[in-house]
Design a protein around this ligand. Structure first.
Ligand SMILES: [Fe+2]
Length: 231
């Protein structure tokens, strides 16, 4: 079984996977997957706190997967060993805590999942480069090309799409709901071109800190909710 949820921001909300908060988790095995849609935040620094929570996640009975968000230490993430996993490349953070690298299509539980982390930060003025912000937050041309190549290999058809940000077609209404100023960016517009050309059953994203459906786009935005893939 594959589960999905939104941003956890490291120690801030990782406890939503505790047995008390999520009893369903107790029954899972290593062949069940919990995917976090970016802003994982536990690869942030080498603090005792991050190490403690990574060990705690590793001790859970399932396999944790995540795509990266914008609030991520991308430089540190890149220091972890890379390996092939289920058709794509991952950074192995712990044996059962894996970062799904950008632009690959993974076969997870018999379904094709496109993983494409990253987003622009819109709070950059409050952040410091190399300390709380990294320019690699936005997918590079190379990563976007890899994504397009992977999709070509799959005939531009997957079961599910996993991104951190939403496509531009959704972001104006999401911004209104979240009472943010709508600032569409070129990456969201690029996601729009992907959405226009791709066949998919469901598209899941985080980033917006809300739990909401956009049926017209087949988009489900996740934050607190933990759902099963397909829902
Ligand atoms: Fe976030």
């Amino acid at each position: 079984m594959v589960y999905l949820t939104g941003d956890i921001h490291g120690p801030l909300s990782v406890a939503k996977f505790s047995s008390r908060a999520w009893p369903e988790g107790k029954e899972l095995t290593r062949d069940d997957y919990v995917i976090i849609l970016g802003d994982f935040g536990l690869v942030w620094d080498d603090s005792m706190e991050c190490r403690y929570w990574l060990k705690w996640l590793e001790s859970k009975p399932w396999t944790t997967l995540f795509i990266d968000g914008n609030h991520e230490n991308h430089a540190m993430l890149a220091t972890y060993p890379e390996r092939e996993w289920h058709g794509g490349m991952v950074h192995e953070i712990r044996p059962h805590v894996l970062h799904l690298m950008r632009g690959y299509v993974f076969d997870i539980d018999g379904k094709a999942f496109l993983a494409m982390g990253g987003a622009y930060s819109h709070d950059i003025e409050y952040r410091t480069e190399g300390v709380s912000w990294w320019p690699e937050e936005v997918p590079s041309d190379e990563e976007r090309l890899r994504c397009e190549d992977s999709l070509s290999e799959h005939g531009w058809s997957v079961d599910y799409v996993l991104t951190h940000d939403a496509m531009a077609s959704a972001t104006t209404s999401l911004a209104c709901m979240g009472r943010r100023i709508a600032k569409m960016d070129e990456y969201e517009e690029w996601l729009d071109t992907i959405a226009a050309n791709l066949e998919y059953k469901r598209w899941y994203c985080g980033h917006w800190h809300m739990d909401v459906n956009r049926e017209r786009l087949g988009l489900r935005v996740l934050y607190h909710d933990i759902i099963r893939a397909g829902e």
